[in-house]
Design a protein around this ligand. Structure first.
Ligand SMILES: [Zn+2]
Ligand SMILES: [Zn+2]
Length: 351
């Protein structure tokens, strides 16, 4: 049973940075169109989010920061951080509704009517308690994990965006009810600079952060190897009651900001595995969020294929969205990945 909700409102279009900026809501609109063209919404239920209260937002953000975003939202100029996340008029409301979509996804899963809920408008994993970062204003990933703790004692976050989930990690660093797994490109000077294997959480959260840093050039084969060797056994051991998947499309082989090399086939393999894990260990409870993705066409195809898989409607009509090939890592890159896998196994002591 793949009872699937798709959280959507046209207000999502408002969260799109102007001019030269790479983050555009075109990805979301293209995905919706690809799904509509395939009659997906005969099988997937569209649900509209309502803005959450500021009190809920304060679970992961300080009152001062929320006030700052409101102020910049009225002013409509400058940046919310050091220069990555521009302010525009209405950015507070635009960010809030997208974060609210992820909270809606959680509520639907809690309610039990749906076992899968998708918010491609979400996945802002760089936002911190007191500041915006990397195009992210509010961190919906950490927020719904925190909110989810009221209903579930074990939650797993699997983040396959091409960048390290630094905001989520920081906000949940000492949390032992949420297992945080991030696969990302890692290289000197590459944003955000964190996410090495030795960042494992602190206090009672120690061991609940698992970073899988991958070298530039990682193709489908190397990515899947790391996934099979680390993520699968870790989830099998942990048996989460809910899995939250952050499906940033920027691990794609010709994303302009990230040099990982996944094809649509690699993405589908990973999403299929996560979907199966959710059914095997989490009573099917799976929330899929969006994330980065700066090759808009590819990101829309990745999300559409992933959604079809999760909703159990994947067929030939989705096959046409695939790249004509899978990608391979060089021997040099594979050796780096294998040595990273060994280091992670040692640090987190499993085999
Ligand atoms: Zn399913
Ligand atoms: Zn990213």
């Amino acid at each position: 049973m793949h009872k699937t909700a798709f959280i959507w409102t046209d207000e999502y279009y408002n969260y799109s940075f102007p001019d030269y900026h790479p983050f555009k809501s075109l990805r979301e609109s293209m995905t919706k169109r690809l799904l509509e063209e395939r009659s997906a919404f005969h099988f997937i239920t569209l649900i509209e989010p309502k803005p959450i209260s500021e009190e809920v937002l304060q679970l992961v953000h300080s009152k001062e920061y929320i006030e700052f975003v409101k102020y910049k939202s009225k002013e409509g100029q400058g940046y919310l951080d050091d220069g990555d996340t521009p302010a525009f008029k209405g950015i507070y409301e635009a960010a809030l509704i997208r974060i609210s979509g992820s909270v809606k996804a959680l509520e639907l899963i809690k309610g039990g009517e749906f076992n899968h809920a998708i918010n491609i408008g979400g996945g802002f994993h760089h936002a911190k308690r007191n500041r915006a970062a990397g195009f992210c204003v509010f961190n919906d990933v950490a927020l719904i994990a925190k909110l989810g703790e009221n209903s579930f004692s074990k939650i797993a976050i699997v983040d396959i965006d091409g960048h390290h989930a630094d905001g989520t990690q920081e906000l949940l660093i000492d949390d032992d009810k949420v297992l945080k797994i991030s696969l990302h490109m890692f290289h000197p000077n590459f944003f955000p600079g964190s996410g090495d294997v030795n960042e494992i959480g602190v206090g009672k959260g120690e061991g609940y952060t698992i970073n899988i840093p991958l070298p530039p050039g990682t193709g489908d084969d190397g990515y899947l190897l790391a996934f099979d060797e680390i993520v699968i056994p870790v989830i099998e051991r942990y048996k989460p009651e809910l899995i939250i998947l952050i499906t940033g499309g920027d691990s794609y082989f010709n994303d302009p900001l990230v040099e990982l090399k996944l094809s649509t086939h690699g993405y589908l393999d990973v999403v299929t595995k996560v979907h199966h894990l959710a059914h095997k260990y989490s009573s099917g409870r799976l929330i899929m969020l969006g994330g980065g993705g700066y090759n808009y066409d590819a990101t829309a195809r990745i999300w559409t294929i992933s959604i079809a898989e999760i909703a159990g409607i994947y067929d030939l009509e989705y096959e046409t969205l695939h790249d004509p090939f899978s990608t391979k890592s060089s021997q040099f890159v594979m050796e780096k990945i294998r040595s990273t896998i060994d280091r992670i196994k040692k640090i987190h002591s499993f085999n």
